[in-house]
Every structure is written in C-alpha cells, then in structure tokens.
Design a protein around this ligand. Structure first.
Ligand code: AMP
Length: 434
C-alpha cells in the first residue's frame, strides 16, 4: 500500500489500529460506499446505504462502529451488548463476524455470532462472557431473548443488513418484534440493495434524519466480468461442463443450478469425471454446508454447485468463474450471480449454458445488461440455437428500459457493444470521477 492510499483511509478519520488492519488486508483504497458512509457513521448519524454485497459495505459499517465503541467506554455495571447487526442468513452472519474480527484485530472489542440451524449451547456460553458486538439472524435472536439469555436494552448502534432480502425471506414480523425491544435512543444503519415500498416503510419507521449513500446500480457492475454463452441441449450440459472444466485457468468455479436435485446431480457427475466438486443447498445440514464452503474457500474443492437461495450472501474471494448451468428466468438474478466473480475490483469470467427453452431468458438478460454475450462455438456439444439479435435488445413495448442506463441515441434498435475482450474495468469509479 502506498503512502497515498493509506492517506485515503486516514482522511476518512479512521484511527491507527483500524488503518493497520486495513493495511494488512491489502485494501488499496476505500470503496465508494466506504468513502461515503464512514464519515457519517463516525459522526453518529443514522444512515441508509443502498448497496449490495460485494461493494465493501461490511467494512463501511464495521470500521466506524469499531472506532465508535473504542472511543467511548461502556457504561458502568454489567457490560452490555452495545451493537446489534441483524442479517438474514447464517452465511452472512458468519462473514460479518469474521469482518469484525479482521478489522478489530488491534482493538480490545469482542463480538459473537448467533444463528439458527445449529445447537444453541456454544452460542449461549459465548454470550456469558463480555460481548460488545452481536451479529445475529432474527429467529435465533428472538429465541435467545425469549429465554432471557440476552437483552437488547443497551444497544447503542443497530445495523439492519440486507433489509430487502430480510423482507423477501419473510422476516418482517421477527424484525419488527426485535426493533420494538431496542432503546429509542440509538444510531441506526440501514443497508439494502433495493428499496421496494415495504423496505422504504421500514426505513422511515426506523431512521431519524438519515444520511443517504448509494453505490452504482446493479446493471452497470457487470462490466468488469467477461461473459460468454454456450448453446447446448439439456442432456449435453453435464458433459459440456466437464469439458469446459478441462481449462486449468478455471481455478475456483461457482456453478448455479435451478434446483437442489440438479445441484446434487451436477456435483456427482463432476466427481465421477474426476473434478473435485461439492453441492450446497437448503436440504443439506448446516454442518455439511459449512464443510463444503470451507473446502471451497481452502481450494480443496474446485467447483461449488449451488442454487440461488443457497448462494445468497456467500462471499468468497477469488472465484475465477461463475458458470450458469441453467439460466435464471429473472434477469436480475443473472447479474447477482455473476457479481460473485470480479469481487472488489478483481477480474472475473462468467459462462452460461443455454438450451433452446432458455433462449427467451437469454434475450431478457442481454436486454437488461444491454450487451450480447460472446457466443462460444468451439465446443463438442454445440446445438444450433440462434443467438439473440441486436433488435432483441430494444426495450419491449410497455416495459421501460432499465433505469440505470443512459438513453442511447438513434432510435429503438440498440446496437449493443460486444464485450471488450481483455479489457477489464474496475467496478467502482476512481475517486473524483463520475
Ligand atoms: P462486502 O460487500 O462487505 O461483502 O465486501 C466484499 C469484498 O470486498 C470482501 O471480500 C472484502 O474483503 C472486500 N473489500 C472490502 N473493502 C475493500 C477495499 N477497500 N478494497 C478492496 N477490497 C475490499
């Protein structure tokens, strides 16, 4: 890290022990959400952060929270839990816990993580010692409060993470019950990738004159990913996958299937073909999921096969390739999937397998991202499917073009750029640029 970049984190007002931790992580500069959010949080303001996982949002709240706690000793008496981070999934909870450990390594602050699906004992005993920061999923937290194992009456800072997903997953009642237990005087940080009306309502209820920070919309982030499509019929896809994986540059691949059984079948097929692969999905036990994830993170497993739900919130660095074994029928899901590669500025590659019936999904995806995927024709399982044409990318009648894009001149038919091979773009703008 150069002197200059270190200064960038310093200019945000972060203290030395945090700067040291950031330096150890090798972060060269704050991401936009960090640059915009950290000063507000340090100033004690409520905040709405419109940002998805992958933008560096965890550090955007974890760094200033650690600093605020470090700067103000807890009140007298039994040390209370001072910060609550509420997040929808176990995986996210674990990752946020790890982030607090990483960024707080030079400070004397303690955190723990509680989530359901595993025994309660270990979590209970962790809560018996001093805990400053609690990261939790809603259900288990309510259980623990119901059993009087902990209370939220002394919370100073409350973070609601991935609010839109929380609502999607049906946690609204749990979340509202928890909010009712928080002290009225507190700082609240609200993070969400999108702001549907229900999330907006929750934000309005929760926040007091919040600062607003937003990072670039999802449809533009895919720019840094090299994307291509392989046309093949359904029965050929498994062999195609094994064929594609002969490429040794695919060091760590996340493969998406639509169903749990599909994930199992693909993982089995790969294992038989001599490729180390594991499947994760909701039918697996928490232990099995954690084992599979750990093997993948370590590099012992080269391919992780997942459903969209199981992959939610998983944040693994260094995914070289995202492979869409099946195309999602919701085009935004495609963007979320391929965002798993090209994390935090690294380049990534996304390959998609498309069968005849999936062609309309491909058209929708290309329309959303406003470009054609590169068609790979050199493979042994090719099927004669016509790639979408430039005219297919024109917005459908009655359906607005994606709001994130600037209008293009020259009428309705958009001549979309082909992906620029070799040129990899950062997904966040440089300081001072648009
Ligand atoms: P998040 O959006 O919090 O899930 O973060 C996504 C990834 O970005 C994590 O793997 C972080 O370690 C990484 N990250 C966070 N801040 C930075 C930064 N300033 N520079 C580079 N990588 C970062």
């Amino acid at each position: 890290m150069t002197h200059d970049t270190e200064r960038q984190f310093e200019e945000l007002g972060l203290i030395e022990p945090l700067l040291r931790a950031v330096r150890t992580e090798g972060y060269s500069e704050p991401t936009p959400i960090q640059r915009d959010a950290i000063p507000h949080v340090l100033a004690g303001r409520d905040l709405v952060g419109l940002a998805q996982t992958g933008t560096g949002k965890t550090a955007a709240f974890a760094l200033p929270i650690l600093q605020l706690l470090d700067g103000a000793p807890p009140r007298k008496g039994r040390p209370p839990i001072r910060v609550l981070v509420l997040t929808p999934t176990r995986e996210l909870a674990s990752q946020i816990g790890e982030s607090f450990a990483t960024y707080g390594r030079h400070l004397d602050l303690r955190h723990t993580v509680v989530f359901g699906g595993v025994g309660q004992r270990a979590q209970e005993s962790a809560l018996r010692s001093r805990i400053d920061i609690l990261v939790a999923t809603p259900g288990r937290l309510l259980d623990l409060i119901g059993q009087r194992i902990l209370a939220l009456s002394e919370i100073e800072i409350f973070v609601l993470d991935e609010a839109d997903r929380m609502l999607d997953m049906g946690f609204i009642h749990d979340v509202r019950r928890l909010i009712a237990l928080l002290p009225a005087r507190r700082q609240t940080l609200f993070f969400s990738a999108t702001m549907p009306p229900e999330a907006q309502k929750l934000a309005d209820d929760l926040l007091d004159e919040p600062a607003m920070v937003a990072v670039i919309p999802v449809a533009t982030t895919v720019d840094s990913v090299l994307q291509s499509v392989y046309f093949a019929e359904k029965p050929q896809k498994r062999d195609l996958l094994a064929h594609v994986l002969r490429d040794a540059s695919i060091t760590r691949a996340l493969v998406f299937t639509r169903t749990k059984h599909g994930a199992d079948r693909v993982a089995r097929h790969l294992t038989r073909a001599g490729v180390s692969a594991e499947a994760i999905h909701g039918n697996k036990s928490q232990n099995a999921r954690e084992r599979a994830l750990a093997g993948f993170k370590r590099g012992a497993t080269r391919v992780l096969v997942a459903t969209d739900l199981a992959a939610r919130g998983i944040d693994i660095d260094g995914i070289s390739h995202v492979i869409n074994f099946e195309l999602p029928n919701v085009p935004e899901t495609y963007v979320h999937r391929i965002g798993r590669t090209a994390r935090a500025g690294a380049a990534g590659t996304a390959l998609s397998f498309c069968e005849e019936e999936e062609r309309p999904y491909l058209v929708d995806i290309e329309r959303l991202i406003r470009m054609h995927l590169t068609v790979v024709t050199e493979h042994p399982h090719r099927s004669e499917i016509a790639p979408p044409q430039p005219t297919d990318l024109a917005p459908r009648r009655g359906r607005a073009a994606p709001a994130a894009q600037s209008p293009r001149p020259g009428g309705t038919a958009v001549s979309a750029p082909r992906p620029r091979s070799g040129r990899r773009r950062r997904w966040w703008p440089r300081r001072g640029s648009a």
